[in-house]
Design a protein around this ligand. Structure first.
Ligand SMILES: Cc1cc2nc3c(=O)[nH]c(=O)nc-3n(C[C@H](O)[C@H](O)[C@H](O)COP(=O)(O)OP(=O)(O)OC[C@H]3O[C@@H](n4cnc5c(N)ncnc54)[C@H](O)[C@@H]3O)c2cc1C
Length: 540
């Protein structure tokens, strides 16, 4: 073990939220930042389009707030959105001071526009590699701090609670050894869970571990039915579901169906720049396949765009497309939707406090209510910066003492090669069924099919767990199972359509009953016997 057994602050995740918090915390105590792989492997690193920020004064801030509220389809928690847009400019200015280089023309920062934004307010870096630049600059800034220690290739596998608060965490190293680390406060900044679906833009690390382990320890989850499906991921046999940023449509790209028609005019007045859920469902409807949510491809067309040189403006995307013999200026690019962003997550207050003392959350793993039922494009990098800074303040203010935790008793038995193959088969089946039954278009009976699949998956895992087996992949599988269960319960309970959650059997928005946030598993967490796993409540 290369790290201390006791630290002041344990930060799980080295994306934008975890790093921003770590920098703030390190002025007041020792911080251990853990990541499942290298520090560069995070959703943050892959973010392309940019970071939304209103840097032009009060009017700009007010418009950013309005756009965020509109995208969230009646479910954004306004105080959270107000914090995001009002504190955003300061956090971005600070990041620039710390070394982040956004694209400029002379001294002026360049801004682009994305779906559902009323103004061009998205800053970008190296054209379409904004996340990599934010990650690079924050990692460099954090590494220069002597009180921040990084533990790469280290996986959180459990949270330890005593006397009603989290006091420690179990960490699995790359040699499959578990060590327990006690901390004054533990921050979950472990990102999203796109890997719960077979089609996703998220990297392999995005298995919802933080969300699942927080729930297992007793924290409430909120709004888990709201998963954003990005409309345009590359769709080629054998190729990864590489994201084709909304900024392509921001610069004028069209969507065309298999008859070559520009179909978005039938769905929304903002055409290709309509909110993401609208565009994704329009694509699903245009190219409906035989099974639920099996979507044939549509095409992204940038051939007519003359105002920008797509190779210069989107160098990363152009390079990936070139590997498949495609060129934005010459070819139609085949696309279809993919799971992209978890709006729900671990329920927190406006300072990242979860419902479990000692445990905090920020970034994509958290649910402050800032995105409501649908995230406004490019608001999540900003969320990580703003709420990463705020959660650090709460972790400091709460002033909890370190409580030494007992040593863990179980030593995991490694999985055999046969176990590994079986595990991958189980995971692939769950991901496929989640896409089919809890994807873009949902209904009651489909969601029940999803449950059946998730229960089968869970019992397959139990066999391995009963034999005392343990590995990073098994821990990820358990997390996927828990996240899938939360999504299914929440989606079944919300018998309306809103934002990213669309029910074929309840196609309308129902404000009278459902302009409220879903809370998952409160009764079980409180030890009550009620079978109701989801309750709805208004946040004041
Ligand atoms: C392809 C793509 C493009 C995107 N483009 C944009 C964009 O242009 N603008 C925008 O605003 N948003 C964009 N997003 C969304 C945005 O990138 C993420 O929502 C945001 O970066 C999340 O930051 P985070 O700090 O919460 O988590 P992440 O950046 O995902 O970091 C999670 C961290 O947690 C670690 N971790 C996870 N589980 C464990 C565990 N069990 N133990 C230890 N460590 C763990 C990971 O290793 C990683 O370090 C995009 C996302 C993707 C996938």
């Amino acid at each position: 073990m290369a790290w201390a057994k006791q630290v002041d602050f344990l930060v799980v995740g080295a994306g934008v939220a975890g790093l921003r918090a770590a920098v703030e915390l390190a002025d007041h105590g020792d911080v251990l930042v853990i990541t499942k792989e290298s520090v560069a492997e995070s959703n943050t690193h892959y973010a392309q389009g940019g970071i939304a920020v209103a840097m032009e004064g009060a009017e700009d801030v007010a418009l950013h707030l309005q756009d965020t509220l509109n995208a969230g389809d009646g479910l954004v928690y306004p105080p959270a959105a107000q914090v995001l847009v009002a504190e955003g400019p300061l956090r971005v200015a600070e990041l620039i001071e710390w070394g982040a280089r956004f694209d400029r023309e002379g001294a002026r920062l360049l801004r682009t526009r994305e779906g559902a934004h009323s103004l061009p307010r998205i800053l970008h870096a190296n054209g379409d590699a904004t996340g990599a630049e934010i990650s690079r600059s924050l990692v460099a800034f954090a590494r220069a701090h002597r009180r921040i220690q990084f533990a790469e290739w280290t996986t959180l596998t459990g949270l330890v609670a005593a006397d009603g608060r989290v006091i420690a965490a179990d960490l699995l190293d790359r040699d499959n050894r578990i060590e327990r680390v006690s901390a004054r406060a533990v921050l979950i900044a472990a990102g999203g869970a796109g890997q719960v679906y077979s089609d996703t833009t998220n990297p392999a690390i995005a298995t919802g571990d933080g969300v699942a382990l927080a729930a297992e320890a007793g924290a409430e989850l909120a709004d888990m039915e709201f998963y954003q499906f990005h409309p345009t991921a590359l769709s080629l046999p054998g190729a990864p579901r590489f994201l084709l940023s909304e900024a392509l449509r921001g610069e004028g790209a069209y969507l065309r169906n298999d008859r070559g028609e520009r179909f978005m005019e039938r769905y929304h007045p903002l055409l290709e720049l309509a909110p993401r859920d609208v565009v994704a469902r329009a694509i699903a409807r245009e190219g409906m396949g035989a099974k639920p949510n099996e979507t044939r491809v549509v095409d992204l067309d940038m051939r007519h765009v003359e105002a920008v040189d797509p190779h210069q403006r989107f160098p990363g995307i152009s390079a990936v497309l070139a590997r498949y013999g495609l060129d934005l200026q010459r070819d139609l690019i085949p696309v279809r939707p993919a799971a992209h962003y978890l709006m729900g997550g671990i329920r927190t207050d406006l300072f990242g406090r979860t419902t479990l003392p000692g445990l905090y959350a920020a970034g994509e793993a958290a649910c402050t209510g800032v995105h409501g039922a649908n995230r406004l494009a490019s608001n999540s990098l900003l969320e990580g910066l703003v709420f990463g800074a705020r959660v650090a303040r709460a972790m400091l203010q709460d002033g909890l003492p370190v409580v030494a935790a007992e040593e863990p008793t179980d030593v995991p038995v490694p999985l055999t090669a046969e176990d590994d193959v079986r595990l991958e088969t189980l995971i692939a089946a769950l991901q496929r069924d989640m896409w089919t039954y809890a994807g873009l278009l949902r209904d009651h009976f489909g969601l029940l099919e999803g449950f059946a699949s998730q229960q089968e998956f869970a019992s397959g895992l139990k066999k391995l767990v009963r034999q005392g087996k343990g590995s990073r992949r098994l821990a990820e599988a358990k997390a996927l199972s828990r996240v899938a269960n939360a999504i299914l319960h929440s989606a079944l309970a919300r018998t309306e359509s809103r934002g990213a959650h669309f029910r074929n059997d309840y196609p309308n928005r129902d404000d009278a009953n459902f302009q409220r946030h879903s809370i998952f598993n409160r009764s079980e967490l409180r030890g009550e016997t009620s079978k109701t796993r989801v309750v709805f409540e208004t946040w004041q």
